[in-house]
Design a protein around this ligand. Structure first.
Ligand SMILES: Cc1ncc(COP(=O)(O)OP(=O)(O)O)c(N)n1
Ligand SMILES: Cc1nc(C(=O)O)sc1CCOP(=O)(O)O
Ligand SMILES: [Mg+2]
Length: 207
């Protein structure tokens, strides 16, 4: 897959007065180079509408587009890939459906990371590093120690996620993360572009 550094996930409840596309385009202008549609409430038609719109947007900018959970939606809009958690469709089943599209897998412990790598994941999510209110059913925070462990043992790309803010990202980078993912800190910001630029500048400094 094309490498990436700043992974922005949609979270429409964090910007009730702004349109999805406007916010995600601003994130792209700030340097987000991979966008994920994560929507836990819309029905299929609404999800497809958003996915098509984000596919058009990301294609215009040459940015990677991932759909969370819904393999069928990812296939229908020709997304670049799919993100799956430990309780979603298995990686091996998903691979049969998506072929060589990107598959990202959430991991919360080294055994999960090693298994995902062995089974052919293209990247893994590593978290939640800190407590987050964005995902209700998430496991307890794994801390930067898990980031450090993954940096030492895993060869495929990994992205740190979960409660990551401009105020705490330095220690995540110090632990070995070279790719950062955020929902609320990016899309809930009054300056989405500036927040993305600030994340990237911190990654640059320690890279
Ligand atoms: C990049 C990235 N990492 C982790 C997740 C979480 O996926 P999952 O565990 O399936 O939880 P939901 O997002 O589906 O609630 C993610 N979406 N993206
Ligand atoms: C969607 C998601 N997955 C996580 C995981 O650890 O797998 S943490 C998370 C929520 C991230 O949102 P925020 O940046 O607002 O904390
Ligand atoms: Mg999921």
């Amino acid at each position: 897959m094309k490498d990436f550094r700043l992974y922005a996930i949609t979270g429409e409840n964090f910007h009730p007065d702004r349109e999805l596309l406007e916010v995600m385009e601003e994130a792209i202008h700030g340097g987000a180079d991979i966008i994920q549609l994560r929507d836990k409430t819309s029905g299929r038609e609404e999800l497809l509408r958003k996915a098509r719109a984000l596919r058009d947007l990301t294609r215009r900018y040459g940015v990677t587009f991932i759909v969370n959970d819904h393999v069928d939606v990812a296939m229908e809009v020709d997304a670049d890939g799919i993100h799956l958690g430990q309780g979603d469709l298995s990686l091996l089943e998903a691979r049969r459906i998506v072929g060589d599209k990107i598959i990202g897998i959430s991991t919360h412990a080294l055994e999960e990371a090693l298994l995902a790598e062995e089974q052919g994941a293209d990247y893994i999510g590593v978290g939640p590093v800190y407590r987050t209110a964005t995902k209700a059913d998430v496991v307890d925070p794994v801390g930067v120690s898990y980031v450090r462990e993954v940096a030492q043992h895993i060869k495929i790309p990994f992205v740190a996620i979960g409660g990551i803010k401009l105020s705490n990202v330095d220690e995540v980078i110090e632990a070995g993360a070279t790719r950062i993912c955020a929902v609320s800190e990016i899309v809930g910001s009054s300056d989405v572009k500036g927040t993305c630029e600030a994340f990237l500048s911190k990654l640059d400094k320690q890279g």
